[in-house]
Design a protein around this ligand. Structure first.
Ligand code: SF4
Length: 400
């Protein structure tokens, strides 16, 4: 089970604090190649770890924006990780893409991805309202998203996941409903809907700090979440994790294994790994504090003007780090105590419809939660009912 992090985006989205660097196809060919070589070297070096997680054979290429990378480089990395060909036991091979890349690159690129063994594509649509997409600083509009979805289907992708975002203060129920209606017409196999969160390192965090964005009230977010739950249930989607819905049998295998605490190997800058007891992580190309406050991030909002020179310096540094071998280095690790592992199992398991074994929780706390409906029992397992998932953080805090 391998996760590969591609730390490149063509621009930064307003809300995002994922580790990524601004990169574009024309300018950064050398950096992409150096990155690919470094990933292949890391995969070779960590071959034993990869083999040890192969009882569940999945590969997930996420980011950042993996679709900024040209096909030959993706092919090189996939071949290295999968040691040559696509093993017959490979259960799921997902790649994240952005609509604008799919539209620009066309069906040829998608057929190329399928040729690498990709059997699931996750596309960041976020909304089908152009005003919302513009505010998010996405590079695509609704027309691009529609076209990209058609290209994916036309090229033969039969397992597509669509990402949406809700919980924006300027998002009305009507606008969300219109987006959901159209997405349901597309009938993707999987839908993820994440509530907007204000992250400190993001441009949105800056906007909040300067009073340029007011967070949506919880009641508004709850109403939007309820709408998603209702519309997707009615359309036959199974709500199998707080933020994830799938047509029956199309649940994400790789992500489900994270929630079940299956070991995995994370390759690439900033990627995390888990061997069953120890969580470890790679360093990023830039130290996190530099990445978080990098000029490109603020420049996209117009807070900083003339960031080009600094961006070039940043890139020079990133290029040196990758080519000069100071990446990837293991950034650190944390071995979980038995108590921490149990808490993690409760926390991750109760995010899912499957829940957790009853014996995992403190019996008194579990009894109280069962009595007032915060938990329900199915066989010998406990779970949070769907109508309480929106307040699951409070429930989890009480239980752990
Ligand atoms: S949300 Fe935007 S900035 Fe964040 S990883 Fe995706 S494309 Fe890049």
């Amino acid at each position: 089970m391998v996760y590969l992090h591609v730390p490149f985006c063509r621009s930064f989205c307003t809300y995002c604090d994922f580790y990524s660097e601004i990169a574009c196809r024309g300018r950064d060919a050398q950096l992409f190649e150096a990155y690919t070589d470094a990933v292949c070297a890391e995969a070779s070096r960590r071959r034993d770890e990869i083999e040890a997680t192969r009882d569940l054979d999945t590969l997930y290429i996420g980011g950042g924006t993996p679709s900024v990378l040209p096909l030959p480089l993706l092919r090189q990395m996939a071949a290295h990780i999968l040691t040559g060909g696509v093993p017959p036991e490979l259960v799921e091979f997902t790649i994240e893409v952005n609509p604008e890349d799919i539209v620009e690159r066309g069906p040829e690129y998608i057929r190329g991805l399928l040729g690498l063994g990709v059997n699931r594509v996750s596309m960041g649509v976020q909304s089908l309202d152009d005003g919302i997409l513009h505010w998010m600083n996405r590079r695509h509009d609704a027309a691009h998203a529609r076209q990209a979805f058609r290209i994916l289907r036309g090229a033969g992708v039969d397992n597509v996941s669509v990402d949406l975002i809700f919980g924006l203060s300027q998002l009305s129920l009507q606008t969300l409903d219109a987006t959901v209606s159209e997405i349901l017409e597309w009938r993707p196999e999987h839908i993820s809907a994440y509530q907007l969160s204000i992250e400190e390192g993001s441009a949105l965090g800056e906007m909040v700090r300067h009073g340029r964005y007011i967070e949506a009230p919880q009641e508004q977010c709850a109403a939007q979440y309820a709408l998603l739950c209702e519309r997707l249930r009615a359309a036959g989607y199974v709500h199998y994790e707080i933020s994830n819905w799938a047509l029956p049998g199309r649940e994400a295998v790789h992500n489900s294994a994270y929630w079940a605490r299956h070991p995995y190997v994370g390759l690439g800058p900033g990627a995390h790994s888990f061997d069953g007891t120890t969580r470890s992580w790679n360093n990023s190309i830039l130290p996190p504090q530099q990445a978080a406050t990098a000029p490109g991030n603020r420049a996209t909002l117009g807070i900083v003007r003339g960031g080009t020179a600094s961006e070039a310096q940043r890139w020079g540094r990133a290029q040196r780090d990758v080519s000069g071998g100071s990446w990837p280095l293991r950034g650190g690790y944390e071995t979980l105590s038995a108590a921490e592992a149990r808490e993690e199992e409760i926390f991750l398991g109760l995010r899912t419809a499957r829940g957790i074994p009853e014996g995992l929780c403190d019996p008194e706390k579990a009894a109280a939660a069962l009595a007032d409906g915060r938990l329900v029992r199915t066989g010998d397992r406990l779970r949070i009912p769907e109508d309480r998932w929106f307040v699951s953080d409070d429930i989890l805090t009480d239980l752990i």
